[in-house]
Design a protein around this ligand. Sequence first.
Ligand SMILES: [Zn+2]
Length: 118
Amino acid sequence: MTKPSKEKSTATPEAVQADSLKLTRFIHIYCEAHHKDRPRKVFSFDYNRLPAVIHNGPELCEECSRLLRHAIVMRALCPLDPKPKCRNCPQHCYRPEHRAAMERVMKYSGPRYLFRKR
Ligand SMILES: [Zn+2]
């Protein structure tokens, strides 16, 4: 466990937004590969007072939309600064079912995300 230091803040609105977009990409890659047969809707996220805003996001199924919404809220509310990688986090904030789903998404989309980047 590391103590939060004030050196570089990861809690700026810009950082939260950047991470939210990353989460969106991850879940989109996963959903495209696994849930092609489900009905999907354009994802958007715009909650009062949270710095993450996504309009006209990718199409996601209901389950992935819920997971992504949860992930973004948790990211925006993360009290740790600088934020550790979630897998190293001393206080897991995800609800257990979302945590398991997110682990599957990360495992699948992680390598593909890097590959797709450019
Ligand atoms: Zn999905």
